[in-house]
Ligand binder design. Structure first.
Ligand SMILES: [Zn+2]
Ligand SMILES: [Zn+2]
Length: 302
């Protein structure tokens, strides 16, 4: 199975901490490297990661609070100095395009095209291998969570069987897998002739939930996810503050993980008041034992 990797470029929220950068995540799968939020400091974190800052073609901005997008400008500027030519696509909530474009146009003059896509509820990105869904959250301003999902596997292509049937090795194989009919020497073949359906498997899933009050829809959308990455800006003893600033606590995130029956919970976006990560972890583990607090630049492979 091709690995899906989630790399944490940082885990702090609102302001950076001495030992923590702002929260931002890379997901890489099948040659595609995608960035989820681009706060200040992202490009330096990228330089220290296994990913090249030039190789990202899609960026998903959850919302237009400064701690989630200010890193775009420095990064785009560096890529311009490095003479990037490939298109960059930036997904952002309504109004994000205008704000981001203003600075880019007036200050940076990028060397490459930038496409803007407005976030809407539902599937926003899709290819042969996976899809990315946007999910409206509940925060001070419009904010979106993201669900990365590998396509379900309907079965496994039985190569031996196809060869035995006399189908020539080559593009016919891919056509059959896609569900197309083919004709060889007057004989018609379909997917079911060459597919071992016993080897079907549900696609792996990662949910990335940035700034929000705890939300029922997150439970539904992250059902049985392999990895739920959820903000935990505050602790339960700061619940009042969390409600006021429209954030979640570590306990909230753990309850969501438990209800959604996810396999693993990773917490991020910590307030600078909560520097004791042990305390955060302990609170979450009371409800959901497979909780982790990722280290800077840590990669989780699923
Ligand atoms: Zn934030
Ligand atoms: Zn925010």
């Amino acid at each position: 199975m091709e690995p899906i990797k989630a790399t944490f470029l940082g885990t702090s929220g609102s302001v950076p901490q001495k030992d923590k950068n702002f929260s931002s995540i890379i997901i890489s799968f099948r040659g595609e490297t995608m960035l989820f939020d681009c706060p200040e400091g992202t490009q330096r974190q990228l330089m220290q990661s296994e990913h090249s800052l030039m190789n990202i073609n899609k960026v998903f901005i959850s919302h237009m609070h400064a701690d989630h997008f200010l890193g775009l400008f420095g990064w785009i500027s560096t890529m311009t100095l490095n003479q990037r030519r490939e298109k960059l696509t930036i997904f952002s909530p309504k109004g994000g395009k205008e704000k981001i474009q203003k600075i880019i146009k007036e200050v940076i003059y990028p060397s490459f095209p930038i496409e803007f896509i407005e976030l809407k509820k539902g599937v926003i990105e899709k290819n042969d291998f996976f899809e990315v869904k946007a999910l409206p959250l509940k925060h001070e301003i419009p904010c979106y969570g993201f669900v990365f999902k590998e396509n379900d596997k309907i079965g496994e292509f039985d190569r031996e069987k196809a060869i035995k049937l006399g189908i020539p090795i080559g593009p016919f194989f891919a056509k059959l897998v896609r569900g197309e009919k083919i004709k060889i020497n007057g004989k018609t073949f379909t997917q079911k002739d060459v597919m071992n359906y016993k080897k079907k498997r549900e696609g792996r899933k990662i949910a990335i939930i940035a700034d929000t009050l705890p939300l029922k829809q997150v439970i539904e959308e992250s059902k049985k996810a392999d990895l739920l990455i959820h903000e935990a800006t505050f602790l339960d003893k700061q619940k009042e503050k969390a409600n006021e600033a429209m954030h979640s606590t570590a306990l909230d995130a753990a309850i969501i993980a438990k209800k959604a029956k996810v396999k693993k919970l990773a917490l991020f976006h910590f307030s600078a008041r909560n520097t004791n990560t042990e305390e955060i972890l302990e609170e979450a583990k009371k409800q959901f034992s497979n909780t982790i607090i990722p280290n800077e630049l840590e990669t989780i492979t699923i």
